[in-house]
Design a protein around this ligand. Structure first.
Ligand code: ZN
Length: 285
């Protein structure tokens, strides 16, 4: 937080998160960058929420070959996510030799959903203006929530397809922000190199310091977050029960002896035999 209360900043070193996503989904480099940036954004935005039960969901529904990208975060920035086409791979951009995330994501809509326990969930939407993720997040905040924001995200994929470096930050102007702080931030943004370059060279605090150069600020909180999936046999049971008696009965009558339900976020498989399904049938309506 800037000392004068004009702006707040959140930053993340997310290499482990992205590497976990690669392990699970076996993503090709462009898909890794698209999913990785979305996970980083979701983690940052999730950590802005205040309550234990709060869940933030980001969904990029573009027409690119990578398909829709989904990421969910809790209030501590623990995320999970997946993209429709893990194998999406674009030729490197001719202009700078970088991963072509824009083409992978395509044009469409960005949905933001904040589920805050019992209350009505908050839902916002904005067009995907860039497809590079960070610009889309900044545009979303500016138009849908009227909060002027800076967002920078970076995922550097190594030659062995693992993630070498990943990180990002979101800086938001608070109501009644000093205009000179806004000007200074804008000036600093122009001087920045790629997020992964600065993070790699100067670390997380160094990355933040560059964006906040010449502005007094205080660090409030630092915590660990990761790629965390909260799926369980119990949740899968409930999903099956919610299918209803008729559907469950037809699964029991089916020739297929065992059914396997996979979690889309961690690829964990849950197996159900006939006896399991019969047990669930008793609880179904
Ligand atoms: Zn899972």
């Amino acid at each position: 937080m800037t000392t004068d209360g004009s702006a707040r900043a959140f930053c993340i070193d997310g290499r482990d998160i992205v590497n976990r996503a690669i392990d699970i989904h076996k993503t090709a480099p462009t898909a890794t960058a698209a999913l990785g940036r979305t996970l980083l954004a979701a983690s940052l935005m999730g950590s802005m929420m205040g309550e234990k039960e709060d869940v933030l969901t980001l969904r990029f529904k573009g027409d690119g070959e990578g398909g829709a990208i989904l990421a969910c975060s809790d209030y501590m920035g623990n995320v999970r996510g997946h993209n429709e086409n893990h194998q999406s791979e674009r030729p490197l951009r001719a202009v700078d030799g970088k991963l072509d995330v824009r083409r992978c994501v395509g044009k469409g809509l960005l949905n933001v959903l904040r589920d805050t326990g019992g209350k009505e969930p908050y839902s916002g939407v904005s067009p995907i203006v860039s497809g590079e993720i960070a610009e889309d997040i900044a545009y979303y905040f500016a138009t849908s929530e009227q909060v002027p924001s800076i967002c920078a995200l970076g995922v550097l994929v190594d030659t062995d397809y693992s993630c070498k470096c990943a990180g990002g930050l979101i800086i938001q102007l608070l109501p009644f922000a000093d205009p000179s702080i806004a000007d200074k931030l804008e000036e600093n943004v122009k001087k920045r190199s790629a997020v992964t370059t600065e993070l790699g060279e100067k670390g997380l605090e160094g990355l933040l310091a560059g964006y906040l150069e010449g502005i007094e600020y205080e660090l409030f909180d630092e915590f660990d977050c990761g790629y965390v999936c909260n799926c369980s046999r119990d949740r899968t049971d409930r999903a099956l029960i919610s299918l209803g008696k008729k559907e469950l009965q037809s699964m029991i009558d089916d020739e297929q002896q065992t059914f396997e339900l996979g979690c889309q976020f961690c690829e964990k498989k849950y197996r159900y035999g006939k006896a399991d399904l019969k047990k669930l049938l008793e609880s179904a309506k």
